[in-house]
Design a protein around this ligand. Structure first.
Ligand code: FES
Length: 249
């Protein structure tokens, strides 16, 4: 659906990372964990394009978006006040299959955005799960009430447990029925390798440059296992790791 959404509030969670709440009742009701929305950040043609944002959760009729300020568009968005109206369309793409026994969630960096929504849904359904979340340094970890029960890691040991998310995953894999993950590409590759070795199915969410979000611009193509390509916006962003050619990505 293509709608106009009003900003309910936004808050800087840690330096440069904002949680945006948008009043969007129908979209909030329809969104599934792993899906994304396209958001037109400014009212003018500068920047001209909409940007993809993972849905980070739903609270009543509000849709939550967690984003990092990386350029002009997100800088503008971070300055938008409550009451500001944005154009958006979605929810788009494939979502995580939550019908997994003993799921383990693995989030790295901004990968916590969709994984937080996965955790919210699992909690609502009273499905027990394990969860690991890591960032390079403590100042990049978005720790909130929602991350209670998560094993928190930092690469540099500046807070929480020092190490990589894969260190924490190792002890959880033997009892995992499936791994659901999102994060930077090197982390995804490492998680997928571990899952392959352990024979545990893995669902990943891929990040790609997206201009349209609906399969029209080909900006988001990625290599498919067995040859050819797929479009992340339509075939993903969530898919089974075995569908991706990790050597060519
Ligand atoms: Fe345009 Fe995927 S974002 S084809």
């Amino acid at each position: 659906m293509n709608i106009k959404a009003t900003i309910s509030s936004q808050r800087e969670m840690v330096s440069g990372i904002f949680l945006l709440r948008l009043k969007a009742p129908r979209l909030a009701q329809a969104a599934k964990p792993g899906q994304f929305v396209m958001l037109k950040v400014s009212h003018s043609t500068d920047p001209p394009l909409a940007r993809p944002f993972s849905v980070a959760g739903v609270e009543g009729s509000d849709l939550l978006i967690l984003y990092k300020v990386l350029g002009k568009g997100t800088k503008l968005l971070s300055q938008a006040p409550p009451g500001w109206v944005l154009r958006m369309w979605g929810p788009l793409g494939h979502w995580y299959d939550l019908g997994v026994d003993n799921p383990v969630l693995v989030a790295g960096g901004m990968g916590i955005a969709p994984m937080g929504f996965v955790a919210q849904k699992l909690k609502e359904r009273k499905i027990p799960f394990g969860a690991v979340y890591g960032a390079r340094t403590g100042s990049e970890l978005v720790v909130s009430r929602a991350s209670q029960g998560w094993e928190l890691m930092t690469d540099d040991g500046s807070s929480w447990r020092k190490g990589l998310v894969t260190d924490a995953l190792a002890s959880r894999l033997p009892i995992a029925g499936g791994v659901l993950t999102c994060g930077p590409l090197p982390m995804l590759k490492a998680v997928v390798r571990m899952c392959e070795k352990a024979g545990v199915p893995c669902q990943v969410s891929l990040e790609a440059p997206m201009a349209c979000g609906i399969g029209a611009c080909l900006g988001c193509v990625m290599p498919k296992a067995g040859g050819g390509h797929f479009k992340v916006c339509q075939d993903g962003p969530v898919m089974n790791a075995s569908r991706i050619d990790w050597e060519r990505i």
